[in-house]
Design a protein around this ligand. Structure first.
Ligand code: PLP
Length: 480
């Protein structure tokens, strides 16, 4: 494909994408295929001779689309939203064209510098404490990670290095192994599974702190675990607080947990993967109060801020904590400049070496929506969630199972878990809408998450009527 053909095909591709997104509502949100559906539909090996672009595009509709779950359908209410906007799609084309691998400042100065400034812009949108911003000469700063899971792991590894160095400085005879086997990290029992995985990968114990009646981690439960573990000779070093848990969007009590972490010299990492985007609205910013106690903070613009995957924003108060933990400088990666403070080499802030020019997506989205446009988007989703909550309350057969703060409603039929499992099965078999469940304590609960950029009240209302009808059918079948 030469540039002439690229111009032509590129325009066709843009039309294809616009047609797809415009017409997505008419597609069945969840596919009909069975596992293994795709292999028989395509050749067993790559073609020796080139195929044509038309053939490929035709196959997208014939082979790919039947197996796609349409995450951007306004009838998709599963998981959490995955961001999608036209400015971000366009920025991704440019990112692909520049195609730099921005591991160091010198590898592509604009890639590094735009990222630093965008992370400051975003930090200011959230009103993060100054200490997290890079600014002109600050000690903090932001980095784009691929995912919240990576951010948690990076924070845990940095915290691990920090505590090992601190203890070895105090007692030079201590080996890393002797310290590591005593380290213990904490998160609430509502934390995302990626937190537990970070513990496994990082080779440290991770303990779940029982959450309270509102599914929040509180000081008393954390303090109790700490005292018990310290009495056993363990070394508490790391706490993950979640703002907006995946199951029910509950919030750990940062104002209680934060001071304990500071007092006990434990690294506090905040995982606000979903909820973080809402903090740009003044009326939701209080949910972030206590962030000043944290060492690192992370959320995913790729969930709820219209920046397509992948874009996970992570800030640290002391960038030397990250850089100190991961720094290696082989000669082929050295460049002429000294680390002057103005130069950031993001390879020291992350696990991989390579990185894409992801800040372009942020720059395009922030400029084309403006902060006001992004706030309006968040508010609309929250309002739709409250509308759905109101509808659920109107039907006495159902109950709402957790406080609705942002765009997620947890609900269920009053009755057994089996009944609710059957209802969910009917919903997802009908494939008109898509939902996923969660467990809250011993209850099987349905999650209704406002997801698509284009979802309107009419879709929410239709979805609710559909759920009610399936519930009626189910309850009738139960009686017979
Ligand atoms: C979605 C989610 C994650 C995982 O995010 P990734 O970016 O996919 O790793 C982690 N924590 C919470 C609270 C989440 O909601």
């Amino acid at each position: 494909m030469n540039s002439g053909e690229f111009r032509r095909r590129g325009k066709e591709m843009v039309d294809f994408v616009a047609d797809y997104l415009e017409g997505i509502e008419r597609r069945q949100v969840y596919p009909d295929v069975e596992p293994g559906y795709l292999r028989p539909l395509i050749p067993t090996t790559a073609p020796e001779e080139p195929d044509t672009f038309e053939d490929i595009l035709n196959d997208v509709e014939k082979i790919i689309m039947p197996g796609v779950t349409h995450w951007h359908s306004p009838y998709f209410f599963a998981y959490f939203p995955s961001a999608n906007s036209y400015p971000a799609l366009l920025a991704d084309i440019l990112c692909g064209a520049i195609g730099c691998i921005g591991f160091s400042w010198a590898a592509s100065p604009a890639c590094t510098e735009l990222e630093t400034v965008m992370m400051d812009w975003l930090g200011k949108m959230l009103k993060l404490p100054e200490a997290f911003l890079a600014g002109q000469g600050g000690e903090g700063g932001g980095v784009i990670q691929g995912s919240a899971s990576e951010a948690t792991l990076v924070a845990l590894l940095a915290a691990r290095t920090k505590v090992v160095r601190r203890l070895q400085a105090a007692s030079p005879g201590l080996t890393q192994g002797a310290i590591m086997e005593k380290l213990v990290a904490y998160s609430s029992d509502q934390a995302h599974s990626s937190v537990e995985r970070a513990g496994l990968i990082g080779g440290v114990k991770l303990k779940a702190i029982p959450s309270d009646g509102k599914f929040a981690m509180r000081a008393s439960a954390l303090q109790e675990a700490l005292e018990r573990d310290k009495a056993e000779g363990l070394i508490p070093f790391f706490v993950v607080a979640t703002l907006g848990t995946t199951s029910c969007c509950s919030f750990d009590n940062l104002l209680e947990v934060g001071p304990i972490c500071n007092k006990e010299d434990m690294w506090l990492h905040i995982d606000a993967a979903y909820a973080g985007s809402s903090f740009i609205c003044p009326e939701f910013r209080h949910l972030l109060n206590g962030v000043e106690f944290a060492d690192s903070f992370n959320f995913n613009p790729h969930k709820w801020m219209l920046v397509n995957f992948d874009c996970s924003a992570m800030w640290v108060k002391k960038r030397t904590d990250l850089i100190g933990a991961f720094k290696l400088d082989p000669l082929y990666l050295k460049h002429g400049h000294q680390d002057s403070g103005l130069i950031t080499d993001y390879r020291h802030w992350q696990l991989p070496l390579g990185r894409r020019f992801r800040s372009l997506k942020m720059w395009f989205v922030f400029r084309m929506y403006g902060v006001k446009g992004l706030q309006a988007y968040i508010r609309k989703h929250v309002q739709l969630a409250h509308e759905f909550e109101r509808l659920v309350h109107q039907d006495p057969r159902f109950e709402v199972c957790a406080e609705v703060t942002l765009g997620l409603v947890c609900f269920r039929l009053k009755g057994s878990n089996k009944l609710n499992e059957d209802l969910l099965e009917r919903i997802n078999k009908a494939k008109k809408i898509h939902l996923v469940p969660c467990h809250l304590r011993d209850k099987f609960v349905l999650r209704f998450a406002i997801c698509a950029r284009t979802v309107e009240f009419a879709h929410v209302q239709w979805a609710w009527e559909h759920i009610r009808q399936l519930a009626t059918d189910l309850l009738r079948a139960e009686k017979d």
